[in-house]
Write a protein that binds this ligand. Structure first.
Ligand code: SF4
Ligand code: SF4
Length: 668
């Protein structure tokens, strides 16, 4: 027997917060109840935390992820739990492809593994997951995907469930916090029994909702190390062997399909009505709420927890005696497609309606479902609901739209100011994904496209081969650069694309909640990380023009961008290097400077040129009306003293005051 980890605790061994070990991130986390071995105890947990707990109860040994909202917290929790569960290897990988390969390797070594990502990350991991289906698993291999119907934190709202039709990987869709944990726990055994990775899809409303969660027991004896056993028939996918493995995964899905009704993931809520409903995930809850609102009490409902594969007998049995079926699900109608096909093959000819009623875009919610269902069923909503919605509409209609903006003290704000000043917006701006995507909004409006990761350099390179006389500035953040930007940059260098690439290196995957990037020096559990030598890397791939600037030094940054544009030839890289304002603030809060500083606007010198207030747009700079006149001032409690406004003020009206602290300890 290999090395094993014994868990004999009933509660976390340390009274110290697991996150309270030097990480400049969240410091106010409560004691982590996810680590408790107290079966039956009910705690409040977020959907993502429920997934974490499910993995712990399943004896997870390997975890990898590329952070992406709405699934980011899963990785953060596993990192914070490393002290309590040292047998779990947990990592933030450089991208989803790498993360999925790592989890596959651990599974092949006989260790239960989990990889998590946001929905668009599936596109990056898809190649790995196709092969993972072919090769099968040795220990359970779970893929958790946080989906984002409505694209509230994404550039697309693609429906990843469709991947299962060609990867043949089983698809679980929990409908509650409890199911998020229970399905996660059960997914590993399912994966092992049917010899395929299992996918668990959780929409943002489930990932981020908080609800009650009954804990199960934690395993007391978990393998720390496994062993790789050669199996060329499965692991060497070549020629006829690849075809045989393709056949194996298809047969595996068929075997699961045959037994699906007995597995307990699906449930029928019987009813005498002639219209039946099929739903899955959080939409099942919305459907039940909507039916109750509409006074429909006799509807039979089939709740699917396993939405691929779907068993034909189970659906046909549900359809028996019904006059129509309505399917309630987000996006493109994955369940509807399968149900229509299965019932057609069974000669069931009743109307099956889904996407004719509910849109295939945007996010469904109880309001949308109850409205559209009410119309379909000719059942009006109760007057009190109509009145409540009318009032809510009145109250919200005059609210000003809220627009995203860079945080106060964000180095990206300063970088964008310098880029706009250096170019007067007379260049093509090749956007990419990260906090700096906010550059598309006022006051900067310096972003001409954003689609997927590495869309900046990647698209610009091809475009530059076919346009002339125009300068291009491409953006990429440090995390996106390491995720998928490096191949694009190498390609641009090899193809002699004439562009400026600005790498906005803020040292964190900031947009998804400050996970470490390869340029970060400290991990979430406080352990030291060795940052990648970005300049050395650029040099090694053939970038000869590299300048590093502190974005808060506006004059130097503007000059650097102008110089990079002037050179014209080849890829010129400007690294705007400055830590994310929020993480820097946390670092300073833990270890204060021995001075305090203040930035103030001298109204006697201010010419109201608007450079700081409008063009930079720092929210800490405020306008105060005073009779018929007005003046600008800096709100001291909001200002993070980045100094950008002081550097750009053409009239020297912004002054910095520094006061030495006599007692540094008192500042903590
Ligand atoms: S940049 Fe200087 S002069 Fe212009 S509004 Fe701001 S403080 Fe006043
Ligand atoms: S120093 Fe100026 S730009 Fe920086 S946070 Fe304060 S007000 Fe904003």
């Amino acid at each position: 027997m290999g090395k094993r980890w014994k868990n004999s605790r009933t509660s976390p061994s340390s009274s110290k917060k697991s996150s309270d070990v030097g990480y400049p991130g969240k410091t106010d986390a409560p004691m982590n109840q996810l680590a408790e071995n107290t079966p039956g105890k009910v705690i409040l947990a977020m959907g993502n935390e429920a997934v974490v707990r499910g993995g712990l109860e399943a004896g997870l040994g390997y975890f990898s992820t590329y952070p992406g909202t709405p699934a980011s917290e899963i990785g953060v929790e596993y990192m914070k739990l490393r002290a309590e569960f040292p047998h779990i290897h947990a990592e933030f990988s450089v991208n989803e492809h790498v993360a999925a390969h790592g989890a596959q390797g651990a599974s092949w070594a006989g260790i239960r593994s989990m990889v998590t990502m946001k929905h668009v990350g599936m596109n990056v991991a898809a190649e790995v997951l196709h092969f993972a289906g072919y090769t099968g698993v040795k220990a359970g291999f779970l893929v958790v995907v946080g989906s984002d119907p409505g694209a509230t934190s994404s550039t697309s709202e693609q429906d990843d469930r469709w991947y299962s039709l060609h990867t043949h990987l089983p698809m679980l869709e929990p409908a509650s916090i409890q199911e998020a944990k229970d399905f996660t726990l059960r997914a590993f055994a399912l994966s092992e029994k049917y010899n395929v990775p299992v996918v668990l899809n959780a929409p943002s409303k489930l990932c981020h909702n908080i609800g009650s969660l009954a804990l199960g027991s934690l395993p007391t004896d978990v393998a720390v190390k496994g062993r790789f056993e050669r199996n060329p028939v499965r692991y060497i996918n070549l020629f006829a062997g690849s075809v045989a493995n393709h056949r194996r995964v298809i047969e595996s899905a068929a075997a699961l399909q045959a037994t699906a009704p007995s597995l307990g993931f699906n449930r029928v809520f019987p009813g005498t009505g002639k219209t039946g409903f099929i739903s899955s995930s959080i939409n099942f809850q919305y459907l039940m709420e909507s039916l109750a609102l509409l006074g429909v009490t006799d509807a039979p409902v089939l709740k699917l927890g396993l939405t691929f594969p779907i068993n034909a007998d189970e659906v046909a049995s549900f359809a028996n005696g019904l006059e129509r079926i309505i399917i309630v699900e987000d996006l493109e109608g994955f369940v509807e497609f399968q149900v229509k096909r299965l019932l057609y093959d069974r000669n069931v000819r009743i109307p099956i309606r889904g996407k004719e009623i509910f849109p295939a875009y945007g996010e469904l919610d109880p309001d949308v479902i109850s409205d559209l269902l009410g119309r379909e069923l000719s059942k009006p909503l109760p007057a009190r609901i109509g009145r409540a919605r009318e009032l809510s509409g009145k109250l919200t209609k005059d609210l000003p739209p809220r627009q995203g903006a860079f945080c106060i003290g964000c180095p990206h704000r300063a970088t964008l100011y310098s880029i706009v000043k250096a170019t007067d917006r007379k260049v093509i701006f090749a956007g990419d994904i990260g906090c700096y995507t906010l550059s598309c909004l006022p006051p900067f409006r310096a972003f001409d496209w954003v689609t997927c990761m590495n869309c900046g350099v990647g698209i610009a390179q091809g475009m530059l081969q076919k346009i002339e006389g125009e300068d291009v500035i491409a953006y990429v953040g440090d995390s996106t650069f390491f995720h998928s930007g490096i191949p694009g940059l190498i390609n641009a260098v090899q193809q002699n694309a004439d562009m400026v690439l600005v790498i906005l290196d803020n040292k964190w995957v900031a947009m998804t909640g400050h996970q470490p990037s390869p340029t970060t020096d400290v991990a979430i559990d406080g352990s030291k990380m060795k940052p990648v030598d970005l300049k050395g890397l650029l040099k090694s791939i053939g970038v000869s023009y590299v300048r590093t600037v502190n974005p808060f030094n506006i004059k130097a940054s503007t000059a650097a961008v102008k110089d990079a544009l002037r050179v014209k030839k080849g890829v010129r890289v400007v690294i705007a290097e400055q830590e994310c304002a929020l993480q820097h603030g946390r670092r300073v809060a833990r270890n204060p400077y021995d001075f305090e500083e203040y930035h103030q606007i001298d109204p006697g010198r201010c010419q109201k040129c608007n450079e700081c207030y409008i063009e930079l747009g720092c929210p800490a700079i405020r306008r105060k009306d005073s009779g018929a006149d007005y003046y600008y001032y800096i709100e001291e409690t909001a200002c993070l003293d980045c100094g950008a406004c002081r550097d750009l003020c053409p009239n020297g009206a912004i002054v910095r005051t520094e006061i030495r602290r006599m007692n540094k300890a008192a500042a903590k």
